[in-house]
Write a protein that binds this ligand. Structure first.
Ligand SMILES: [Zn+2]
Length: 332
């Protein structure tokens, strides 16, 4: 096979030796001027593809080669499976760079003019379902390793609640508006809680089931979480909380950019008052349509308020304060 013309620099002198380079499965072989050398891939470092100047390949011993015919070398490297990494390829694709730039400017402008919520509202529905699912699954694993243990709620009780909720969803929502969701029961190390994760995961802790006291109240809490999912509150707060990290997430589905933000958002920060109001509205409509007893939720709130006393608020009550107004809405 004919080699690619290149200059060989030994890294110790400034002498340039004309050689022919071939790229193979074992490595880079160099032939010329009395030299015959095969450098294994482990000792090869390929310089980034730049727009100008020769393409450079460096070796572990300090030597390097430079090829004037960049295209030939690039093609040979690609054929051997040692082309650029996805990141480098992406950096070179100026259309994607432009898209990222426009979106970044968009975020900053939206942040400046209307605040990030405006951007989050537009961007949340654009996140592909499978990206949300990946994110939700990873967050669930993360939470399981630090906050939760397997549920100790009797299996019959879990199954009864799951079946009752599935029936209520069937009754309350027309087929085309039934969201896909997955219930996860857990024992909590951080007290009573219930929350929704990206990808339709709804987590309910044993402690909250106990406090709720009866199934209708539990179903009301689940319906409230379904409301958060329906209104994209989860993705919206994530995008808001991680700001520019969210750009990477929305365009490239880069989950790592927002992963660390999720536990804070779902466990501690909660949603805006407006989002809570929307989720309550959804829950109330849902309970009405499926014949669940709304007053059960109001009773639960009142019991929680009495029980609270001087204890610090558990996270769930911080993010879902049992105010007079909320109780009244479920009671009416
Ligand atoms: Zn809520």
């Amino acid at each position: 096979m004919h080699g690619i013309a290149a200059a060989y620099l030994d890294g110790r002198s400034t002498r340039r030796v004309s050689v022919e380079v071939s790229i193979g499965p074992a490595g880079v072989s160099i032939l010329g001027d009395g030299m015959q050398r095969l450098v294994p891939w482990a000792e090869v470092e390929i310089g980034e593809r730049t727009r100008h100047g020769p393409r450079r390949i460096s070796f572990a011993d300090g030597a390097s080669i430079e090829a004037e015919d960049r295209a030939a070398l690039d093609a040979a490297l690609d054929a051997a499976g040692h082309g650029d990494s996805a990141v480098v390829r992406w950096q070179q694709s100026w259309t994607r760079t432009l898209a990222a730039f426009v979106l970044t400017v968009g975020v900053l402008t939206a942040g400046y003019l209307w605040g990030l919520p405006a951007f989050a509202r537009l961007a949340a529905p654009l996140v592909p379902a499978e990206v949300e699912q990946t994110l939700g699954t990873q967050v669930m694993q993360q939470l399981d390793s630090s906050y939760f243990a397997p549920s100790q709620l009797p299996r019959e009780h879990q199954e009864r609640l799951s079946a009752a909720f599935a029936r209520a969803v069937q009754t309350a929502l027309p087929e085309d508006r039934r969201p896909s969701y997955r219930l996860e029961f857990r024992k909590s190390k951080v007290g009573p809680n219930a929350f929704a994760l990206p990808g339709g995961i709804i987590v309910m802790t044993d402690e909250l089931v106990k406090i709720a006291g009866n199934d209708d109240a539990v179903l009301g809490v689940l319906a409230h979480e379904l409301g958060h999912l329906h209104h994209d509150h989860v993705m919206r707060s994530l995008i808001q909380a991680s700001a520019l990290g969210a750009v990477a997430f929305v365009i490239w589905g880069d989950v790592s950019a927002v992963l660390s933000t999720v536990p804070t958002v779902v466990l501690h920060a909660g949603y805006s008052r407006e989002a809570e109001y929307e989720a309550d509205t959804y829950a109330i409509d849902f309970m009405n349509a499926s014949g669940l007893r709304r007053a059960a939720v109001a009773d639960m709130f009142e019991a929680l308020r009495k029980k609270r006393g001087d204890d610090p608020l558990p996270e769930y009550l911080n993010s879902h304060p049992p105010t007079e107004e909320r109780i009244e809405r479920f009671r009416r």
